[in-house]
Design a protein around this ligand. Sequence first.
Ligand code: 5GP
Ligand code: ZN
Length: 114
Amino acid sequence: MTDCLFCKIRDGDIPCDTVFENDDVFAFNDVNPQAPVHVLIIPKKHISTVNDLEDVDEAIMGKLFSAGKNIASQKGLSVDGYRLVVNCNEKAGQTVFHIHMHLLGGRNMTWPPG
Ligand code: 5GP
Ligand code: ZN
């Protein structure tokens, strides 16, 4: 998709601080971190929201979780804990319409989220 911020980041057209990349997944630090660790994990495939997921996308979403787990481990968060969040549409706070998983960690989290 040409007019998508995260597609442009994926393609290197907008700079980012890359954390992880493989054939299917790209991860980079959030520009406005909400925790000491705040990484965004995206599928390289453009999918706008959770509502747009198709059966064929089940594997890629599993790969986002695997990346989240592995990055959390590399950041030393596995034992203390961390949060993986996917916002869907406006009321949930989604502002960029290319599916992304937030990996948040390094501080105490409250529940329920705001
Ligand atoms: P959402 O609110 O859609 O769940 O999350 C979008 C996230 O993207 C926000 O946490 C925001 O800080 C981050 N973000 C927005 N623009 C940029 C950018 O240009 N670069 C990076 N690295 N993160 C961005
Ligand atoms: Zn995109």
